[in-house]
Design a protein around this ligand. Structure first.
Ligand SMILES: Nc1nc2c(ncn2[C@@H]2O[C@H](COP(=O)(O)OP(=O)(O)OP(=O)(O)O)[C@@H](O)[C@H]2O)c(=O)[nH]1
Length: 501
């Protein structure tokens, strides 16, 4: 549907969008989340987006007019009711689940997740954020940024979202005051930059009146020269999992007969073709791809998102939960990682307790040790060695009993993301992402032992042999463990261990 036809605004030409369209045209729909505090106007904004892009069908419009008991003083229906898929919301006056809506302009289509603003629903927000390319964060122009806005911005960044639109809403209630916009947008920009988000667009708007949403507010906010919301969305980029190397988390080993053995899963990054060499992790076995099979076809290549069965050229030991990866740019393998997580359950996260960590098809026992917690007011990380309360965002150490395989979330949002499950209740208690592998030279790095009191040295095999032959090692045999790794992996451990320090 076109967004240029308008019944409420005078502007039918969108020069910014016209030029933008020449710059980028991404065929995949852009996935967005909207978040902010209660009553900032999320439902009204999404309703307005759907209405002004003509995504509302005629029968819905009739229901809407009936349900809103007529029209508001602008002669328009109550847009918030548009999003009222759930009867409960109307009864309780709050949004209680993630609702997905679809709309499109001439240039692009969009999928929007409407996530709730209430504290206890942070978990739903994290669900919406995990698949989104961009987050629209709402703020009420009368009150500015609230803790909840900062929390949602932080979760969105934790879930890997690197594009934010700050929608400073309800400008009609502050006399379209430019100074208010400058102050709030400056404050938000500082906060978002501290989260590592660089693509930030702040837009003053009135969702209720439809100003700067689809149509520019040239008469009421002539001082604003940036894009409307829709123009900013048309320009945004989608996140891709195809930037890194090939990743196939194995979901199933298929053995229909003696002669055939295939490894099934959905490609979580990169691409593959017959003849390519791959490594099976955590074992480190190397093999070549013989065949790529989908449910009815033999393929000559597969890319991220394809569900495939991979046949290798030799008998190897592969189990559910293993990762088959390209030889170049392998994921990290180890027992100790660092991550960031948000606690999602009332009990929070207890330090030292064993949880199940689930990433893709893999489920492993893990001990979680909080290191620091994000102060949502200042945006800084404060040392924090006790548990993480519900909704708290923390940096943590993860210690596994068996070798784990991860990418950092920056490199691959599928093999770098995880959830934590409480083994007693089977509830999902946290969601998070991997930020680095912990240097297993931990005893040397800042003298901090890992794995209880033992220092683990991961060394290239030749160095390991040399060290183990020394008297010094013999004397410390009980508190030092030496692991033999490849030279490349030793280098990787050293570099990743130094990150964030
Ligand atoms: N004046 C004015 N009022 C607005 C604007 N946007 C929303 N509102 C009003 O603000 C109130 C809250 O809007 P909602 O859209 O329900 O807010 P929400 O953030 O979705 O709230 P929850 O669903 O409870 O999380 C409603 O009364 C809206 O009509 C605006 O731009 N200007």
């Amino acid at each position: 549907m076109s967004v240029t036809a308008t019944s409420t605004a005078s502007a039918t030409i969108l020069p910014f969008a016209e030029s933008a369209a020449k710059i980028t045209r991404d065929v995949r729909p852009l996935r967005l989340i909207t978040c902010g505090s209660v009553d900032d106007g999320k439902s009204t904004l999404i309703g307005r987006l759907l209405w002004d892009t003509k995504a509302v069908k005629e029968d819905q419009a009739v229901t809407l007019a009936r349900d809103s008991g007529g029209q508001n003083d602008l002669g328009l229906p109550d847009f918030a009711l548009l999003l009222d898929g759930l009867q409960a919301e109307r009864e309780q006056g709050i949004t209680i689940d993630v609702a997905y809506r679809y709309f499109s302009t001439e240039k692009r289509s969009f999928i929007v997740a409407d996530t709730p603003g209430h504290e206890q629903y942070t978990r739903n927000m994290a669900t919406g954020a995990s698949t989104a390319d961009l987050a629209i964060l709402l703020a009420d122009a009368r009150v500015g940024l609230l803790e909840q806005t900062r929390r949602h911005a932080t979760i969105a960044s934790l879930m890997g979202i690197r594009q934010f639109v700050l929608a400073v809403n309800k400008f009609d209630l502050v006399n379209y005051d430019r100074e208010i916009f400058d102050r709030i947008s400056h404050e938000f920009r500082e906060f978002a930059l501290s989260l590592g988000v660089r693509q930030i667009t702040a837009i003053p708007m009135s969702a209720l009146k439809g100003e700067n949403v689809v149509y520019p507010a040239t008469s009421t906010m002539p001082w604003y020269e940036g894009p409307t919301l829709v123009e900013a969305l048309e320009l945004a980029t989608t996140r891709s999992t195809q930037t890194g190397g090939f990743r196939l988390p194995v979901q199933r080993v298929s053995r229909p007969g003696e002669s055939f053995r295939g490894y099934q899963g959905t490609v979580a990054g990169g691409s593959i073709k017959p003849g390519d060499s791959v490594v099976i992790l955590p074992s480190g076995t190397i093999a070549n791809v013989k065949q790529i099979v989908t449910f009815d076809l033999v393929r000559n290549a597969a890319v991220a998102g394809d569900a495939i069965t991979l046949v290798l050229d030799r008998q190897v030991d592969v189990a559910r939960g293993d990762v088959i990866a390209s030889l170049d740019g392998q994921p990290m393998t180890g027992l100790n990682f660092e991550g960031q997580m948000v606690a999602l359950q009332p009990g929070g996260i207890e330090p030292g307790k064993r949880y199940w960590l689930k990433s893709g098809s893999r489920r492993q026992r893990v001990a979680v040790e909080p290191i620091s917690q994000l102060d949502l007011q200042s945006g800084s990380w404060a040392p924090h060695a006790s548990g993480l309360d519900m909704n708290a965002i923390g940096k943590v150490r993860l210690s596994f009993e068996e070798q784990a395989v991860f990418d950092t979330y920056e490199q691959n949002r599928s093999t770098g993301a995880f959830i934590l499950i409480d083994p007693d209740t089977l509830n999902t208690v946290a969601g998070g992402m991997i930020t680095a592998k912990r240097g297993e030279l931990g005893g040397i790095r800042r003298g901090e032992p890992v794995q209880g009191d033992r220092v683990i040295l991961s060394l290239p095999a030749d160095l390991a042999e040399l060290l183990m032959a020394t008297d010094a090692f013999a004397a410390r045999r009980d508190d030092v463990e030496i692991r033999r790794v490849s030279g490349a992996e030793a280098a990787q451990i050293l570099t990743s261990g130094d990150k964030d320090r």
